[in-house]
Design a protein around this ligand. Sequence first.
Ligand SMILES: [Zn+2]
Ligand SMILES: [Zn+2]
Length: 389
Amino acid sequence: MSTDEGVRADWATKDFYQVLGVAKDAGAADIKKAYRTLARANHPDSNPGDAAKHDRFKEVAEAYDVIGDPEKRKKYDELRSAYASGGFGFPQGGAGGPGFDVSDLFGDRGGRGGAGLGDMFGDLFGSRGRTTTQARPRRGGDVETSATIGFTDALEGVTISLRLTSDSPCPTCSGTGGKPGTTPHICTQCEGAGFVVVSTGGGFAMNETCPACGGRQLVYDEPCPTCHGSGRGMSARTIQARIPAGVKDGQKIRLKGKGGAGENGGPAGDLFVHVKVRPHRVFGRTGDNLTLTVPVGFDEAALGAEIKVPTLTGSSVTLKLPPGTPNGRTFRVRGKGARRSDGTMGDLLATVEVQVPAVLDQATREAVEAYRAATAGQKLRAGLFEGGA
Ligand SMILES: [Zn+2]
Ligand SMILES: [Zn+2]
């Protein structure tokens, strides 16, 4: 007998039957049929740019290379049953003392002998930690949530705790959706493609994830008792999310990798936080600037005045209103606005709003009447009636 050519140590951890969705005792014709269906559905030529499909294609080809070949299949089955029965164990604590003799298993006495053994251990060590190669990686789902933060926190940035309920792979079936220990078969609805073509009208067609297998390409006769076949579990967790300085009300923040967990080593999805900012009692905001409406008396606007106004940090600044300040004039106080992303500060825009007293006491009424008498000659509205087209 020749050496164990083609026998790979990582076979022990790969379920090629599961990869092709066939039973362990499937006939050669069924295996071939399953392979053809899956290879066609995942072929790189018909799925350009789809890395997941390419990986799946390779996985399918690798599986068929072994269990599509009667000789290799026999060796594979022997290796797998030895592995399953516990005859195999990963050597613990380094290459010290493996408790099994691989060469016996393949009748590989002499020949490559020790060298083959060494190769095999190398592979075994190399393959540790990726025992779920029969399932391809899937990216976790994106998660959306909302958070309300204070006005000042929005300006300065804040770290908040978010309690999230999110999708994660079902712990019972590891996301396959099948009852553990049962063998899946190729989805008949999509013929293993993972998607179906639906007409959107107007002669257009679109690919949609196959409703029967959820894009997994394989289906189980018996669904997982925990998730009822969905493959998804719900988990609640609390995460710390950093809301950057300068966030605006209604803005959506993307926190990469804080969404749903990936499956089979796939990356996590993203978390989107819809941020609501509580309004401030007196300050408003436009971009990097803060806004403030400052009530002033007619006399202050007319005669000029020095007016103390607050800033967001609690200190106050003095506005110098020149005599004759019109209602609605905006004064710019540099550096008292919102912090920009580069650390510099925007401005405070203080807009004066002349107040008209709603009720006049005796003294005020006399003063205003005296003002009226003094300004009797002014024609405020003359301009409204001047001719012109
Ligand atoms: Zn399907
Ligand atoms: Zn499950």
